[in-house]
Design a protein around this ligand. Structure first.
Ligand code: ADP
Ligand code: MG
Ligand code: MG
Length: 887
């Protein structure tokens, strides 16, 4: 016969049946109470009813499993013995708290009931023993209030209203100013509330109180708030919650008592000092409830020097034991200290880094664990300007948080205005109904971007993230009038030149200027942590950098090269677009060459600046990729202006615009297809690259270009482009009389390219997965249109994550696996990287590590995130951290 399951675990007097590791069984709170007891830390004795009992209760249609009550009664007896008091004893009653506690702390679960065991008889015992009727009746009225609220479901306000009324009558503001008689009167009133609202008397039998409270905790596992929370945070429904029954200690016994909360280090800065607050003569959550103003923890040093010393000692030993910063609840009863809860403390990114590095230096943890202690996504907080939390703001609208960070500037409504303002060194926010490739220059010039339409994968969102620029999209609260230069929101009009602030981390749009905090540099503990990550990671981190400025940021954040330099962005700058348009309008190859000749020196100049900044590091330059119509005006008005400026007829331009029109530009005349139709373009770009490189080389620099051909699907496409680049490289190097190390490779962004990767790999020096397009073409989702259905896919769980944000392992990842295997079979030393937006996303970095990529390439601002994620990918497998606390 199987032995019956054990449901109840006792802790008290230095011995406990449970351990910190048993969070699944005992819940976070329970497991840590058991652990602290074993550590001989003063914890009031009690017992924990396991999560399994809760699950059993739910399964049985809200009935206690057999044996459970018997086990509970047995542990009540144990507890009575440990405390030398009896449950329901009218002379000296045992009082307990009933506390819920799941594996992870979960809002929505039942609140705690304190002072359980009091009734009309035992209250007399408490009065006698304490010689403090005020305290006793304060405890009783709290029990009635909490029991009424959390067990019987009576609205809090029913009790709180009476309490406030009593204080008003007595002309006092603090609860503590009420007398024993006042509280005695409130007890009667509260009992009346229960009678009226619950249609029953307050249960006088302590065991019935206990049984009801335990059942209420079990049931709270399935209340609406808890279910909702689990759905959002993907917490399984079958975890259940534990229940802790713990003997009471009293912080409301007078001015030699109190209660408080503390952190062993500062959770906001990470500084090594006790941080927290306490209240004299208070119980339970009075501290956090904000009823009275608590005192800083250091004030305890004066009030109770002895207790403070003991408290410090306990904090130290908890940190040594858990090897982490702890969050603690404590109570002082008549000068004696008790610990009521401990768990691993939540902290800001800033604090997480400082604490991890400090603890490694203190040898509490090693460097590997320190690196694992900081979650890569947390760094986001440090890498962008943020709104000073102390700032008073006037929020006027809210959109989607598309690209983190905050930005302040004058509202402008067209890309041109943004560019002009930037030339005057003015800061602007570009406000658009939505953005298109023509707005790039304006987006570059602006501090931040706000759009009324578009989702998280819209043009504005994607481009802004790439630039590391604050961006709020899909802000449907605002109505943009670009012609007249204003937007309306509610009954407010924000005009061209008015100052606004946007917060890309929250989606908030704020009127006026708000003080910002600047992003961190890689200095201090942050720099140290990333240098440790560098030590452990296997995969390299490069950046997607289009401009010398991006290259500079790359160096600043420790990028190890450029994984993608998109040359087309250079075509939009200044009056270059005029030369580009001439090139597009050219009637034949000669005319095209003439136009390209104007572009050559400008491209060369950019490449030189970038190579120089990246001296010695590889720089992947992609040949022209977007369809040509993106460089032409679209609207009649603009066409007229551009035609006039270029001295061509409006009709010629319009005809060209029409002839370049495509039904599906994503699959149209772009990528290497352009270079095949117009080899002069590839030629000019190759020339610009190699002339720049040769000139630097002559000056003793170490340029290292890698030329990348986009959108290759067939090996011959690559071969044709490669031959052009190779020929130009040889010519230029000969002319300059120097040799430059270089590679020619391809972007792998079409499923066909993955399948024939052996053929391509045989003649390519490197592959770089363009996972934005590879995701589009693998799913057949257009990134620009998927906003219509992706949200539903995520809601209904068809997809677990947006595949444009998190690399899809099953599909896209499998294509990559095939390409890697075939490519490396053809050429074992083939360099393979990734340059999609996924390169800065931790889960995708982990996949890239597992796939054996040489590097990932991401936005320069995300380098530390990618580096940390890359280190985590290695360390997660190496280090099995015994996480004893709650995370
Ligand atoms: P939460 O999970 O919301 O923090 P807790 O179970 O920790 O809920 O309890 C709420 C408050 O009651 C805390 O301040 C806690 O310290 C206090 N408390 C819980 N049990 C006892 C007890 N046995 N004696 C004194 N105070 C207690
Ligand atoms: Mg609470
Ligand atoms: Mg608590």
């Amino acid at each position: 016969m199987a032995t019956a399951k054990k449901y109840v675990y006792f802790f008290g007097k230095g011995r406990a049946e449970g351990r910190a590791e048993q969070k699944n069984l005992l819940g976070g709170k329970g497991a840590n109470l058991h652990e602290m007891t074993t550590l001989k830390i003063p914890v009031p004795p009690g017992f924990t009813i396991s999560t399994e009992a809760c699950i059993e209760y739910v399964k049985r249609g809200r009935r206690f499993p057999p044996q459970l009550w018997a086990e509970i009664e047995a542990d009540i007896t144990k507890l009575e013995r440990a405390m030398g008091k009896r449950f329901g004893d009218p002379k000296d009653p045992l009082l307990v708290s009933v506390r819920s506690g799941a594996r992870i702390s979960m809002p929505g679960m039942m609140d705690t009931v304190l002072n359980l065991g009091l009734n009309d008889k035992t209250i007399q015992g408490l009065v006698q023993r304490s010689q403090n009727p005020r305290f006793a009746y304060d405890s009783y009225r709290r029990l009635l209030q909490m029991f009424g609220d959390v067990v019987l479901g009576i609205k809090k306000i029913a009790f709180e209203g009476l309490l406030s009324e009593k204080k008003r009558q007595k002309g006092v503001t603090a609860d503590t100013a009420l007398s024993a008689e006042d509280l005695m009167d409130l007890v009667e009133q509260f009992k009346g509330v229960i009678r009226r609202e619950a249609g029953r008397e307050f249960p006088q039998d302590p065991k019935e109180q206990l049984r009801m409270a335990i059942a209420a905790v079990f049931e709270s596992w399935n209340n609406k708030r808890a279910i909702e929370y689990r759905r959002i945070y993907k917490v399984p429904d079958n975890w259940g919650t534990a229940v802790n029954i713990q003997s009471m200690v009293f912080g409301n016994l007078g001015d030699n008592s109190g209660t408080g909360v503390a952190f062993t280090r500062d959770p906001s800065t990470g500084e090594k000092r006790l941080y927290g607050e306490f209240l004299l003569n208070a119980q339970g959550e009075d501290v956090v409830a904000g009823i009275r103003t608590p005192r800083p923890i250091v004030a305890m040093k004066k009030a109770w020097p002895q207790v403070y010393r003991e408290f410090e000692q306990i904090c130290r030993s908890l940190e040594h034991h858990y090897r982490d910063m702890m969050d603690i609840e404590f109570t002082i009863e008549d000068g004696k200290l008790y610990m009521l809860q401990c768990r691993i403390g939540k902290r800001t990114a800033h604090a997480a880094i400082k604490i991890a590095v400090d603890m490694a230096k203190e040898r509490l943890i090693d460097q590997k664990i320190a690196v694992l202690r900081v979650e890569p996504w947390q760094l986001e907080q440090l890498l962008h300007p943020t709104i000073d939390p102390k700032a008073k703001v006037q929020k006027i609208a809210k959109g989607l948080s598309a690209s983190p960070g905050a930005a302040v500037g004058k509202a402008v409504f067209t890309a041109e205005e943004a560019v002009e303002a930037a030339e005057r060194h003015e800061k602007v926010i570009l406000v658009r109904p939505e953005t298109s490739p023509e707005d790039i220059a304006g987006m570059v010039a602006a501090q931040g971007i706000l759009t009324a339409r578009g989702g998280l994968t819209s043009h504005a969102a994607v481009v802004a993230r790439g630039m590391g620029k604050a961006c709020v999209v899909g802000c449907s609260d605002i109505l943009v009038n670009e012609e007249e230069g204003y937007f309306e929101v509610a009954n407010l009009t924000v005009r061209r030149g008015d100052l606004i602030t946007i917060d890309g981390s929250t989606g908030n749009v704020i009127l006026g200027e708000v003080a910002l905090r600047q992003p961190e540099k890689l200095t201090g503990e942050f720099g140290t942590l990333i240098s440790w990550a560098d030590r452990f990671r296997k995969i390299g981190v490069r950046t997607n950098a289009d401009t010398p400025r991006d290259a500079q940021v790359t160096r600043q954040f420790g990028g190890e090269g450029i994984g993608l330099c998109r040359t087309e962005h250079m075509f939009f700058e200044g009056d270059r677009v005029v030369a580009v348009r001439e090139m597009i309008l050219a009637k034949d190859a000669d005319e095209r060459r003439n136009a390209l000749a104007k572009l050559l020196p400008m491209q060369k100049q950019d490449f030189k600046a970038i190579f120089e900044l990246m001296d010695g590091l590889p720089v992947i330059i992609r040949t022209l990729d977007p369809p040509l119509h993106e460089f032409l005006p679209r609207k009649d008005e603009e066409i007229r202006k551009v035609a006039e400026g270029m001295g061509v007829s409006e009709k010629t331009l319009k005809d060209k615009v029409n002839s370049l029109q495509e039904f599906n530009p994503m699959l149209g005349h772009r990528g290497c297809r352009l270079g095949i139709s117009y080899p002069e373009i590839t030629e000019m770009q190759a020339r610009a690259i190699f002339e720049a490189a040769c000139e630097l080389k002559k000056k003793g620099k170490r340029p290292f270009p890698e030329i990348m051909i986009p959108l290759v699907g067939h090996v011959k496409e690559f071969q044709i482009q490669r031959d052009i680049v190779k020929r130009v490289a040889t010519e230029v190097m000969k002319a300059y009389g120097v040799k430059v190390r270089y590679l020619i490779g391809t972007m792998i962004e079409l499923p066909r390219a993955c399948i024939v990767a052996d053929q391509i790999g045989a003649i390519a020096d490197f592959f770089s997965f363009g996972t934005n397009d590879l995701t589009q073409t693998a799913f057949g989702f257009s990134r620009d249109d998927s906003g219509r259905f992706l949200p539903q896919y995520l809601d209904e769980g068809i997809l677990q994550a947006d595949p444009f944000a998190v690399l899809d392992e099953e599909g896209v990842g499998e294509l990559m696996r095939i390409a890697i295997e075939k490519g490396r079979k053809a050429k074992p030393k083939l360099e393979i990287g990734l340059c999609g937006e996924h390169g800065g996303e931790p889960m995708s970095v982990d996949l890239c590590h597992r796939l054996g990529l040489d590097y990932v390439s991401c936005s320069p601002y995300r380098v530390p995130i990618a580096k940390l994620a890359a280190a985590h990918a290695v360390l997660k497998k190496q280090v099995k951290i015994k996480e004893m606390g709650e995370k």
